[in-house]
Design a protein around this ligand. Structure first.
Ligand code: GTP
Ligand code: MG
Length: 194
């Protein structure tokens, strides 16, 4: 894969990188494995900070991939223990960012494969479609599932998001075992590094 380098953490939109490049966002509920995904894609242990307690990522974290695209690791939503005011700040930051004039050209929406999509996932999916941002759904942590549970997990997301097709815009993923990695890398390659 390409070279990834951490660029900056953005807490206020005025601090977004001056240089505009296509931006690929990692979004979804807290603790679903967004930051771990980034590390696994780039074979690094500590490119992005991860944590077993939700609410680790608290800013828009920008990574430059060969100075050609940005991967943007977003704070997870739905984390109950974050104060109301902090929740509102994150929501506002993410909303304002998505509605800004940045070139947000692709989203990876993470759903924990052990759970059905939550209301917040449905809201996010609607929002991405409304903003016409193409998206993949990443069913994360599939190393925790057996074959039968994997089929059930696919059924569960399809119930809510019937537009998803396995191997196209739906990817089974495990950062721990590297499952799905080739597919993601291939997609990023064909989209941005031809
Ligand atoms: N078994 C397993 N655990 C995983 C996997 N990916 C992430 N985890 C674990 O899930 C927890 C959360 O991972 P993060 O990558 O920090 O999750 P996040 O979505 O970035 O969370 P926030 O920053 O809070 O939004 C950590 O304990 C990870 O080790 C995976 O593929 N398999
Ligand atoms: Mg994170």
């Amino acid at each position: 894969m390409k070279n990834a380098r951490f660029l900056k953490s953005v807490f206020h939109l005025k601090d977004l990188p001056k240089l505009k490049l296509p931006e690929v966002i990692l979004c979804g509920r807290s603790n679903v494995g967004k930051s771990s995904f980034l590390n696994s894609i780039f074979n690094s242990k500590n490119l992005a900070k991860t944590s077993s307690s939700p609410g680790k990522t608290r800013s828009l974290n920008y990574y430059s991939i060969d100075e050609k695209i940005y991967l943007v690791d977003l704070p997870g939503f739905g984390y109950a223990k974050v104060s109301e005011s902090e929740k509102r700040n994150w929501e506002k930051l993410i909303n304002d960012y998505l509605k800004s004039d940045r070139d947000v050209s692709l989203a990876f929406h993470f759903v924990d494969s052990r759970h059905k999509p939550f209301d917040l996932d449905i809201a996010l999916n609607n929002y991405l479609r409304e903003l016409e941002i193409p998206y993949y759904v990443i069913l994360s942590k599939v190393d925790k599932l057996n074959q039968k549970e994997k089929s059930q997990a696919i059924k569960n997301v399809n119930e809510y998001f019937p537009e998803l097709l396995l191997g196209e815009n739906l990817i089974l993923y495990s950062s721990m075992k590297g499952i799905g990695k080739k597919e993601v890398v291939r997609n990023l390659d064909t989209l941005y590094f031809r």
